[in-house]
Design a protein around this ligand. Sequence first.
Ligand code: BES
Ligand code: ZN
Length: 476
Amino acid sequence: MPAPQEFLKYVEDHTDDFVDRLAKAVAIPSVSGEVAYRKHVFEMADFMYSELKALGCEEVKKVPLGEQILEGQTLQLPPAILASYGNDPKKKTILVYGHYDVQPALKSDGWETEPFVLTKHADGRLIGRGSSDDKGPILGWLNVIESHRALGLDLPVNLKMCFEGMEESGSEGLDDLIEDQKDKFFKGTDAVCISDNYWLNTTTPCLTYGLRGIAYFALKVSGPARDLHSGVFGGSTHEPMTDLITILSTLVLPNGKILIPGLAELVAPLKPGELERYENINFSIADIENATGSKTTISTDKVQTLMSRMREPSLSLHGIEGAFYSPGAKTVIPASVTGKFSIRLVPDMLPDEIEKLVAKHVASEFAKLNTKNMMHLEMGHGGKPWVADPDHWNYRAAATATEGVYGQKPDLTREGGSIPVTLSFADALGVNVLLLPMGRGDDGAHSINEKLDLSNYIKGTQLLGSYLHEVAALSE
Ligand code: BES
Ligand code: ZN
């Protein structure tokens, strides 16, 4: 059943109010990965809590998730916000998940505007950290509730909501909560919908049925008791940075090929008919060049490029803690350096197996160096890859809703990013999970000038509401 016209109209008519709601959220710099910002993550939790209360949700809870150690300090984890709206046994129950934390952002990183001030550009972009990842989408659900309430319309399903504040930092504490609450708050969930991803390009809506997992590593090499003068000690002392860079260079080739023995064998072979799925996706190399703002794509072949993102692993080198990085020239030998890298995982790779392969590989490469320095490898957060059944009614409802709002059939995609709790929900609740994106492929999540196009915010809100109506129609 299509969403009522009055709902669609209400959303359009209240564009300014909904943009204000997003502006308030973006103004709270809820960066989960840095100690100094933790208070703002709590502030954002309070914002979500009071918005949900004001919308008349029956049950709104801030659930504490315990403590973590960050930058050597013990910190309180931000709470999960659980809320429900409607509890009619005759209706289907949809659980929606999203995150209210964001990646770091500083104007000096190269932003055109203040990252935590939502700035409306004349071309329709709403620029600000978290606009697309993931504040726009989570507020989309709130906009849907508000519109129905204002119109005196019942929601066509029971809605349960779970919003977390640690997604960008490995979702610490959330798996335990899901396990603990699977027969309590989450009981009765018929399907899950997550809006925390993007279209592949700027024009074609999509539904996403797969995500890569992740294994994040920190490789520390240390030796000298303190930083040293390179003129005095260079040439006579083993240098941790030289050792580290030699090891890092044995992980991956510039063409993206991963060099860790045993890893490629874990990748599931292509299934019959799978290749066609990639061929059918509306995507071109120009889309990826537009999103990266460059012509640096490795392959010129569309299907290979899509497969690299959707069904093959990748290894990225992220940075070196302890390295000299300031402008100017400092003639220092850093005493201790930590290389950060991560591997995106696809079926059938599991983080624990990958950890063993990586540990074996770096130990054997380190032994070849004949260095007197020391090495220590640690795996940080890990998440398994996830693939769902896109023939499920949950996907059919979303496809029908997308056609209603955008007048286009959505592409079926898998994504290269990770949302580790996707699989936790699927496994713990035994239900289908759908990823239903709001933003476009060039939104710049995690990058400078992150934006959500106004039309995607408004149509995306209509889409989330329409999806709930189509779910209800399918269950009648
Ligand atoms: N919204 C992204 C996940 C995503 C990225 C979906 C790209 C589709 C395409 C999410 O907020 C995110 O960035 N997650 C982290 C998780 C990690 C810290 C465990 C990621 O993928 O790096
Ligand atoms: Zn996100």
